[in-house]
Design a protein around this ligand. Structure first.
Ligand code: SF4
Ligand code: SF4
Length: 181
């Protein structure tokens, strides 16, 4: 439901694929920052930034996680840029049902970049010694929205996708029962 306008800061990571050397330091620090407890482990499959690597073709494409999507897209293409071929999905930021990228490996929940909430600067930017990543902020005017937190809806949809509605409903009922005790 619309309530009017407000200004908000849009935070983005700018990626220069020509500078990336595929070292994967960004994946290491991202997964470590988001480990529980913080910095207790690192596992690149839990990272919110992934480097699509193909050293034989000198292709390195860092991509940071964006929105979860319920269904696969139909617009997959291979790209040739400056003589280099990039696979379909190489540049896609979505957590998508057709692939494992940007999904928490144990729960299947979608992973999304949070710009290292609480830090002065995204840690992947700090750790990228090749300067392939930079951080940008810009102020924009947006509609003020009311309603259920999008992130909760997104998480529930992903769980239903992976485990089925009955299992998820059963677990929610159990949690609710425990809370009432
Ligand atoms: S840390 Fe920088 S150079 Fe290394 S893989 Fe990530 S983006 Fe590429
Ligand atoms: S900004 Fe932080 S959360 Fe986002 S990809 Fe980089 S390290 Fe991960």
């Amino acid at each position: 439901m619309s309530k009017g306008k407000k200004t908000t800061i849009i935070k983005t990571l700018k990626i220069n694929v020509d500078k990336c050397n595929g070292c994967r330091a960004c994946e290491v620090i991202c997964s470590s920052f988001h480990a529980m407890p913080k910095y207790s482990s690192n596992n690149p499959s839990r990272s919110r930034i992934r480097v699509n690597r193909d050293p034989l073709r000198d292709v390195y494409v860092p991509v940071y996680a964006g929105e979860y999507t319920m269904s696969e897209c139909s617009g997959r293409h291979q790209y040739t840029i400056d003589g280099k071929e990039y696979d379909e999905c190489s540049f896609c930021r979505a957590s998508c049902p057709s692939r494992d990228e940007f999904r928490e490996p144990d729960s299947g929940l979608p992973l999304r970049c949070d710009m290292c909430e609480g830090e002065d600067e995204p840690l992947c930017v700090k750790w990228c010694l090749a300067d392939a990543l930079s951080y940008e902020e810009r102020e924009v005017e947006v509609e003020e929205e009311e309603g259920a937190p999008e992130v909760v809806e997104m998480g529930l949809e992903a769980l239903v996708d992976r485990h089925g509605i009955e299992k998820v409903a059963e677990i929610v009922a159990q949690i609710s029962k425990n809370l009432k005790r």
